[in-house]
Design a binder for this molecule. Sequence first.
Ligand code: NAP
Length: 271
Amino acid sequence: MDVYGLIGNPVGHSLSPPMHEAGYEELEIDARYVTYEPEDAGAAIEAAADLGIAGLNVTIPFKQDVLDHVEPDETAERIGAVNTVDFSSVGSTNGGRPTGHNTDVAGVRRSFAHHDVDLDGTTAVQIGAGGAGRAIAFALADAGASVHVANRTASKAHDLASDVPRAEGHGLEAVPDLLADADVLANATSVGMDDDVSPVDADALHEDLVVFDAVYSPIETRLLADAAAAGADTIDGAWMLLFQGVAAFERWTGEAAPVEAMNAALRSHLE
Ligand code: NAP
């Protein structure tokens, strides 16, 4: 039996176990997905390698710490964070180090692709410049969008924008004017999580926008409800969560993930 898992703190309410295990069940793969709250990310990676763990997801607060304990790929290096560790190289080529990946970027890219949104040549406004914001900004830019990053702490928007191609940083006050000419709005703040508030004034939304929200609890945030009311297309945060898991699943198992089964399992745990 292969063992996969998630390290972070807290991980008690993670939706990754039911999502991944639905995938194993659908493909009849003999595997389990477990969660663990370690004291120290480096020691956890070392122990996982010794124990023969096949793959680990990594969440807050260890996504950056893990970089020092794996061989990061180009995406993980650019983002400066690892959310997926693959132990298949341990004991072989690169000196036994597991490899580190960031599937949040693929998660965002595949969320838009799944909704038939071609980002190439679009203008995107992204609100938020934290951990999720970094992955989202790179995903939008990699797909060909020009990205306006706006953040409550404007200096963080400028810092992120300086790392991302075709990106500009702003304070939040710029958002309504930027949205008037935008094709895409992405919320990368935690505003709307477990609370009926939106990071954007509803009057600034319009029917030519595709609105993506990283927040997945609730699934229909106030922002997405306002966007739908304005006639915009919407992509909820469960898609990003699903497709980052799908990308990890496919890297670890080498199989095409059963997306529908994983999506159904994930959404059955969300409201
Ligand atoms: P983070 O690193 O702590 O960043 C939080 C961001 O939200 C910062 O830009 C912060 O601005 C902004 N913010 C917080 N409160 C605000 C407020 N009241 N008004 C305006 N801006 C505010 O968090 P994160 O890891 O990026 O996560 C952000 C959200 O994305 C969370 O809801 C998380 O659950 C979600 N997420 C979803 C997925 C997925 O797969 N769907 C993956 C990762 C994260 P300042 O810089 O000014 O503080």
